[in-house]
Design a protein around this ligand. Structure first.
Ligand code: SAM
Length: 384
């Protein structure tokens, strides 16, 4: 199979056959190859737009966010409220919703996000036939396995355009491509070589007996953590599962391209089909805040079922303490839900995960030393 990853530095780039393949099709430019683990965007024009969007994101998340926070503080003070105290969500909305500086911050963020998704999606669709042919050609190749379940019933809560991603994870056949390039932008240049996911894999806690034969990464998305776990545990059987067929399809293609033997399957985290006690470690990164509270409880019950006694559950967005819901935090979570379509964020924040862990026979480790996903991330161990 033609490998776009071998293009950089290759004289083959000058031949006329390349524009009929992959990203190059229909464009004026040749495919631009890869830098390490990053397959570059196909044209200088698109890459420049993406760089611009990223710079804008850095500005909005930095200077503009700071101005919004300062403004929130002055509004709280003017209303004789303690800036560090708990504030009710409704009160926070009333206080901040119509303030122009806070509105500038949130709308700049969302508009930047929309432009970023739309430019990526347009470019991907302009090359849709070739990109689909490439993905299809990779479906049955190895070293890792791919399982797609196109007839699987998709729970309604997954049919959302979370964070404005067009088509979401299940409604666009190129969701994996869109998510991969979109999150490169989202992580503001700090994950081009998967370095953030490699760090997460390095921090993943292991069972006390040190035995790691099988690992599951639930809600694997574009599969970067799954791949990084496979790299850390080369002899383990590593699986990434995701409700989105296009997500695991892209992950499988990318893993194969990079010679990584991780396996991917389109399955639900609440119904994984794996046997009882199969895994030593179950991870997830940024899954729970994008899932309904009812489904989250099922996912944790399923995780407890497939972990062996002493096995470790390390989810990358469940905090051991929800912290103080200050006025600004409440408002931030609300607008992220309302305008950035983080549909399940408020349900996630309202869930008592300690109770859910305990009910399912998982310990709740409140030791907040630095580990997977940051200092206050929950880790559960399956009781014997
Ligand atoms: C924010 S993305 C995180 C992806 C990846 N873990 C990462 O680090 O970028 C959340 C992922 O969870 C998947 N997901 C949501 N609900 C799921 C479910 N019930 N079962 C499996 N995957 C699910 C989505 O399709 C999406 O790919």
């Amino acid at each position: 199979m033609f490998s776009r990853r071998k293009l950089i530095g290759s004289t083959v780039m000058a031949t006329s056959v390349l524009p009929t393949l992959g990203w190059g099709k229909g464009l004026d430019f040749q495919p631009r190859g890869s830098v390490g683990k990053l397959e570059r965007l196909p044209t200088l024009d698109l890459e420049s737009r993406d760089d611009f969007n990223m710079s804008y994101r850095i500005f909005v998340n930095g200077e503009v966010r700071k101005a919004a926070m300062d403004r929130a503080i002055s509004i709280l003070k003017a209303n004789k409220l303690n800036i560090n105290a708990e504030v009710d969500l409704k009160q926070a909305i009333t206080l901040f919703e119509n303030d122009p500086i806070l509105a500038t911050n949130m709308h700049s963020y969302v508009r930047g996000q929309q432009v970023m998704w739309s430019q990526l999606r347009d470019a991907i669709y302009a090359n849709g036939d070739a990109l689909m042919a490439e993905m299809e050609a990779a479906d049955n190749t190895g070293p890792g396995k791919l399982e797609l379940n196109p007839r699987m019933a998709l729970p309604d809560y997954t049919k959302q355009e979370i964070h404005n991603q067009p088509g979401g994870y299940v409604g666009d056949e190129f969701a994996g491509h869109i998510y991969y390039y979109g999150t490169n932008n989202f992580w503001m240049g700090h994950n081009y070589q998967d370095e953030m996911h490699i760090k997460l894999a390095a921090e993943t806690p292991i069972p006390a007996d040190g035995k790691v034969k099988r690992i599951l990464d639930a809600g694997c998305g574009d599969g970067r953590l799954t791949m990084a776990l496979q790299e850390r545990f080369p002899d383990a059987e590593v699986w990434g599962i995701d409700v989105g067929g296009p997500m695991v399809r892209f992950s499988h293609m990318r893993a194969n391209d990079l010679g990584n033997k991780a396996n991917y399957a389109q399955r639900l985290a609440e119904d994984t089909k794996f046997p009882d006690g199969y895994f030593d470690i179950v991870t997830s990164f940024l899954l729970f805040h994008e899932v309904s509270a009812a489904a989250n409880k099922k996912i944790i019950a399923e995780t407890a079922r497939i972990l062996r006694p002493g096995g470790v559950f390390a989810p990358g967005d469940i905090r051991t303490s929800k912290g103080v819901m200050t006025g600004y935090r409440q408002f931030f979570n609300w607008w992220n839900t309302r305008w950035n379509y983080e549909v399940w964020m408020l349900e996630h924040i309202g869930t008592d995960y300690q109770k859910v862990f305990t009910e399912n026979g998982l310990s709740w480790d409140a030791n907040e030393k630095t580990r997977f996903g940051g200092s206050a991330n929950a880790v559960g161990v399956k009781k014997a």
